[in-house]
Design a protein around this ligand. Structure first.
Ligand code: TZP
Ligand code: MG
Length: 216
């Protein structure tokens, strides 16, 4: 596998899948988002068997091809089974060092953090990026807690060198505050997968982020 970590620095928009919220299904969402230029996909699936996850992950990997980074949420075993580009893990998932031992130095590991302290620790432990969460209140992840606000991004940005991926309640209307706040990349779930036209929505989101960046 080529080392796709270099792509992490160039990514504006990051899609996380959600089969429960999706209108057209996860595979369709990934296909459309990649077609629209989304260069990182996280497969987040909590409701099917491991066997079915592996089958679906194989298909998502094929849809991502060599253009888009393909990460698996939580499941280091699934990422290894399909030779994904890496994983995204939370504070209560497999510890970073154990995940790194299993995945090796070339795979991408993203870690969810909620504050400067956790971000510093994530960087120290060798995370490739942090997912700062939740920026706004969201009903997509029931235990996400209260939104920390876009003003919480800058102190984290000033503390670490690895990219910050902002997640939680982000949509086209509030994206400007997240970009100005200092996020390197914006994640959306419901703002994309609940749309009737995932390709158009993704394209508009990416255009908006790029336009906003060019103006600040
Ligand atoms: N982790 C923190 S908030 C969140 C996850 C998976 C859900 C984000 O979903 P949405 O629909 O973009 O608010
Ligand atoms: Mg998790």
């Amino acid at each position: 596998m080529t080392d796709k970590r270099v792509l992490l620095d160039e990514i504006d928009f990051y899609l996380v899948t959600d089969s429960g919220l999706s209108k057209k299904g996860t595979l369709s969402d990934v296909e459309k988002a990649v077609a629209a230029g989304c260069r990182i996909i996280q497969y987040r699936e909590k409701s099917i068997s491991t066997k079915d996850m592996i089958l679906e992950a194989e298909q998502i990997k094929a849809l991502c091809g060599s253009e888009s980074i393909f990460l698996v949420n939580d499941r280091v075993d699934v990422a290894l089974a399909v030779d994904a580009d890496g994983v995204h893990i939370g504070q209560d998932d497999m510890p970073m060092d154990a995940a790194r031992d299993l995945l090796g130095p070339d795979k991408i590991i993203g870690l969810t953090v909620h504050n400067v302290e956790e971000a510093l620790e994530a960087e120290r432990m060798g995370a490739d990026y942090v997912g700062l969460s939740p920026i706004f209140n969201t009903s997509t992840k029931k235990d996400a807690g209260d939104g920390i606000g876009p003003e919480s991004i800058r102190p984290v940005k000033d503390a670490i060198k690895i990219p910050i991926v902002a997640i939680g309640g982000i949509n086209k209307k509030n994206s400007e505050s997240v970009i100005i706040g200092g996020a390197d990349s914006l994640v959306a779930i419901s703002a994309i997968v609940c749309s009737d036209d995932v390709e158009k929505e993704t394209r508009e989101f990416i255009d908006l982020i790029q336009r906003t960046r060019s103006q600040i």
